[in-house]
Design a protein around this ligand. Sequence first.
Ligand code: ZN
Length: 258
Amino acid sequence: MIKTRSQIHPLLRRRLGNGETTSFWVDNWSPFGNLQDFLGASTSRFGIPSTATVASLYDQDHWLLPPARSENQLAIQVHLTTVTLIDEQDHYEWEVAGKLVLGTALERFLTWLVMHNRCPTRDRLLQWGLEVDPKCLLCNSSNESRNHLFFDCSFGGIVWRSISDWCQLQFTTTWDALIDQLHAVRNRNLRRLTLLAFQGTIYWIWHERNSRLHNQTFKTTDIFISTIDKQLRNRIQSFRHSNTRASSAMSQLWFLRS
Ligand SMILES: [Zn+2]
């Protein structure tokens, strides 16, 4: 525990000063800009005073925040659990990874977290000295880690098998093998489609995990897969006007999927 604190504090100071003059609501300290807009503070501040500084929400070794009730609140919490550990080198890699993938800012951010194994999965929370149940929320049998949650898990595995078939990837539960395959897709539109599917799957798996944790709501794998399918169709349609050729090539690839 003491080790964790001494590792966190210097890095926290480097990124945010000591946070004592940084306004939680107004200053641009996160990737999401002004949090009054991002979190819709006109209706509720969730118990966080309008004058709160970032430092006032940090107590020794954890953040004093109410449980997340929306996607955007969750994004802030995910960010806070990692911000202290991000150094300049990684920040650069995030920019590079951001250019590789399409999709919303939150999806790109989550993809970055997963690619760098920075998602606050339970194995990492335990390493940081937090007392949490180690079990995976999706299968409730193995312990939660990035590789388990997104690949080895019986839930994640079923989802990946479908996504791999659709994107002409060889199904694998090995993280490195999957990333190698993603980089090796040569056809430009198939590559775009694969990255969108990859990113959407990461996003929805993390979303499902958090829904189970915070709201006790559960999706079956069938419903889960059809959610990704629907989202991808909408995404492909969304750039029908801006890039007609890519949109129709990707639509074709998607309709011809196995
Ligand atoms: Zn599992």
